[in-house]
Design a protein around this ligand. Structure first.
Ligand SMILES: Nc1nc2c(ncn2[C@@H]2O[C@H](COP(=O)(O)OP(=O)(O)OP(=O)(O)O)[C@@H](O)[C@H]2O)c(=O)[nH]1
Length: 412
């Protein structure tokens, strides 16, 4: 169940309130709470004890015309986005310095979408762990506060060596903000060490350093950092760069998922099998077992029940496969054919395959109570290449079909 997040909206214009209510309501986990004036907001905050995920506020309210609402929201430590009709550079700067997340002018309909984007980003940031590696405790705290304003989950390290250890032990850390001048391992060496390790290819890295060495930013970026900032930096620039690097990485991961995942079953696809399977095979060619699984008489199911039902069955079989072969590389090879590959003993894979065939025989799928069986060709013999492994398993699958289906043929 998704957690509901209450968003406090304080705005005296009924039209703007209506637009924001509409946009926020379109996101299932946001619950807008609307207020038309300062007093109403104050009462709501008192009642709830400040239990709001974020607030969107107008600066000029009928009972508080000079932005007093911002101080009220910040006193409850609620992330605050200002949506205002007037653009004033000095006011904007002073609000950002106070800790307001963004200052957005109502100059077009895109402004409202921008506000929603900022709130959505906060929601995504909640689950993101960021490691701050910095030897000065004052600077570390300063960066931590900046990141926590954006609801990131911050972890700290006082030098490069501790940072490395924390990254090694916690694979959930998504981003590293690292200073350069640190004892034991400096920031530049830390970036180089991390990028040499394939495990840290997706880690977002932002380097920091005090002004002085002009070549340092290029060195950091050449070593693999996503970005670099000179201290002292302007808060807004820091936030923009953090979000920009993170979103670029997220986009890359989305593209990678689209390239590697079968959209129907959500299993990995054939392309991924050849990429990841090749790596597995090279690691330990003599210890790999592989099976090709093909649903029996699938054409007649399509012909009888139609393609949509056929698609639903493929999805259901995909889920069964995922559940039965945990920790193994499973993919949709194409059509109604699946592949399971793992660094396991042949007998272990055979046992799991037998469990799978039994589960399938006992199940009835969809409202039409359709029964399915599957034929399997397996190979666990030492061969020279992944292609050879697949070729033998495929040949055995053909044999399983020829011998009457719903069975496993294996060569050890
Ligand atoms: N619904 C649906 N059907 C698919 C999809 N991909 C392949 N198929 C169908 O799967 C069927 C495979 O048919 P065949 O290769 O003749 O094999 P079969 O009927 O399963 O018979 P055997 O494999 O010999 O047991 C074809 O009718 C394809 O159109 C898909 O994504 N969705």
């Amino acid at each position: 169940m998704t957690v509901q997040r209450k968003i406090l909206v304080i705005e005296d214009s009924p039209v703007v309130l209506k637009v924001l209510h509409h946009l926020l309501s379109q996101i299932s986990f946001f619950t807008p709470v609307l207020c038309a004036c300062y007093k109403e907001a104050e009462d709501k905050l008192k009642q709830s004890g400040g239990d709001y995920f974020a607030a969107i506020v107008d600066l000029n309210l009928p009972d508080a015309e000079n932005g007093e609402i911002v101080d009220l929201i910040l006193s409850y430590k609620i992330p605050c986005v200002v949506l205002t009709g007037t653009f004033d550079d000095n006011l904007r700067l002073s609000l950002l310095n106070k800790g307001v997340l963004d200052y957005i002018t109502k100059d077009s309909r895109y402004s409202f979408n921008h506000v929603i984007k900022v709130i959505e980003r906060l929601n995504r940031n909640q689950g993101i762990k960021v490691l701050v590696a910095e030897d000065s405790s004052t600077s570390r705290l300063f960066i931590k506060i900046l990141l926590e304003q954006y609801r990131f989950n911050v972890i700290e390290a006082e030098n490069g060596q501790v940072a490395l250890a924390k990254l090694e032990e916690d694979p959930d850390i998504r981003m590293l903000i690292t200073d350069h001048n640190m004892p034991l391992v400096n920031g530049y060496d830390l970036v180089r060490m991390l990028r040499y390790n394939s495990r840290f290819q997706d880690l977002v890295i932002i380097g920091l350093s005090a002004e002085g060495d002009n070549a340092l930013s290029a060195k950091f970026i050449k070593a693999g950092a996503n970005d670099f900032l000179k201290k002292p930096f302007y808060h807004e620039e820091f936030h923009c760069r953090v979000i920009h690097s993170l979103e670029a990485q997220e986009m890359l991961e989305t593209i990678r998922d689209l390239a590697n995942v079968d959209p129907l079953t959500k299993l990995k696809n054939r392309r991924y099998l050849f990429e990841e399977g090749e790596r597995l095979f090279r690691e330990s060619p003599e210890a790999i077992s592989l099976a090709m699984l093909d649903i029996d008489h699938f054409k007649s199911i399509n012909d009888t029940y139609g393609y949509i039902v056929g698609d639903n069955l493929l999805e259901a079989v995909g889920r069964e496969i995922l559940e039965t072969f945990p920790g193994m590389l499973v993919c949709r090879f194409g059509g109604e054919e699946f592949c399971v590959m793992a660094k396991v003993d042949g007998q272990d894979l055979l046992d799991s395959l037998n469990v799978f065939l039994t589960r399938l025989r006992l199940k009835e799928f969809t409202e039409a109570k359709i029964s399915l069986t599957c034929s399997v060709g397996m190979c666990c013999q030492a061969v020279d290449s992944l292609e050879e492994l697949i070729r033998i398993a495929d040949h055995n699958l053909y044999e399983a079909k020829r011998l009457g289906r719903d069975r496993i043929v294996s060569t050890a």
